[in-house]
Design a protein around this ligand. Structure first.
Ligand SMILES: Cc1cc2nc3c(=O)[nH]c(=O)nc-3n(C[C@H](O)[C@H](O)[C@H](O)COP(=O)(O)OP(=O)(O)OC[C@H]3O[C@@H](n4cnc5c(N)ncnc54)[C@H](O)[C@@H]3O)c2cc1C
Length: 306
């Protein structure tokens, strides 16, 4: 930790212009409301600041954790040897490139981009309106809902590779498949271009409201969570398998399989990282014993204790 603290001090010295927080509680930056204190959080306000932050981390041999809106993360507690770079809050530009294309910086929320699309009578992004993440996180995860995926709308993405070099992916180069993209853990998405179609503003609004109502009716949105805890396995649905195994309401400490939607592990009050992991492990074992199907986590598990 001493060595890491020195690196953090050096990062602060090298990046005086970048807004930062030291010892920042990650529970305030994750939808699960769980997570200990990151040694350093950088909050760049432009692509240049993000690139410089990333370059300085690299120079010091620190692999930063890039986060968007923290809605797919389960973060360990305690004092964490983490240098976090958060895109949501600072990198939020959204603009119309031409009649049907929208360019968005990585920290812009999908909800905001979907509303922007609606205001410009562009259809195709309605599915994403209720997904609470940033477009950078959604590109990396190939987020999707109600029959739509980022794969259907993203046409071009500018990113940095692990060495800090810019590269652009277009179309099939994104290699999108279910909750997968070509971006590796070390890449940083800077901005992305979404292509939509001309539509009718009122119909787009109607579809967004309809999908939001479906979400409210089926998902435990009044509790902190990271959405679906497990990926959809081949040959089944995680929620159905968990429900059939009688696990709704299964609880360890403050973490619980939602009674409303078995696919969600929720923070029912005061849940710890270990509580959530214990619930996930029990769910995995029980479902595997009953069905022979291995559930794989969709949430990204972040550890950072030295
Ligand atoms: C109530 C609820 C409902 C949800 N519903 C859905 C749903 O319907 N469909 C769905 O797919 N997901 C859903 N999610 C999960 C989540 O919103 C998505 O996975 C979303 O895309 C994550 O975006 P984020 O900005 O929050 O990413 P984060 O949680 O901040 O990060 C997720 C991953 O992406 C990486 N990452 C983030 N930004 C960047 C970047 N700029 N460059 C490189 N890597 C980056 C992170 O390192 C991490 O590995 C839901 C979550 C909640 C809490």
């Amino acid at each position: 930790m001493a060595d890491f603290r020195e690196k953090v001090r050096e990062l602060i010295r090298l990046l005086p212009e970048v807004e930062r927080r030291e010892g920042e509680p990650m529970c305030g930056h994750t939808s699960f409301r769980i997570g200990g204190r990151a040694a350093l959080m950088l909050l760049p306000r432009s692509a240049e600041e993000l690139e410089r932050s990333f370059a300085c981390c690299r120079k010091l041999g620190v692999a930063p954790l890039i986060i968007g809106n923290g809605t797919n993360l389960l973060v360990e507690e305690g004092e964490l040897e983490l240098a976090v770079i958060k895109t949501h809050g600072g990198l939020e530009g959204v603009r119309l490139l031409n009649g049907t294309e929208i360019e968005a910086e990585s920290g812009a929320l999908l909800a905001r981009i979907a509303v922007f699309a609606m205001e410009h009578s562009l259809t195709g992004l309605e599915f994403a309106h209720g997904i609470p993440g940033s477009v950078g996180g959604a590109a990396v995860m190939n987020a999707g809902a109600y029959g739509g995926e980022m794969k259907d709308v993203i046409v071009r993405t500018l990113a940095l590779d692990e060495q800090g070099r810019e590269f652009t992916l277009t179309g099939a180069e994104h290699d999108f498949s279910y909750r997968h993209s070509a971006f590796t853990g070390g890449d940083v998405v800077l901005k992305t271009v979404i292509r939509l179609e001309k539509g009718d503003g009122a119909a787009i609004r109607g579809r967004m409201e309809e999908l939001m109502a479906k979400r409210r009716a089926s998902q435990p949105l009044n509790y902190p969570s990271a959405g679906s805890t497990f990926k959809r396995p081949a040959g089944g649905y995680a929620a159905a398998l968990i429900d059939e195994a009688g696990l709704k309401g299964y609880r360890v400490g403050g973490a619980m399989v939602s009674e409303k939607h078995a696919g969600f592990v929720i923070n029912a009050g005061g849940a710890t990282f270990d509580d959530v992991l214990a619930v996930m492990e029990h769910v995995r074992e029980t479902v595997f014993r009953r069905s022979g199907i291995e559930l794989e986590p969709e949430v990204r598990i972040i550890r950072g204790r030295s």
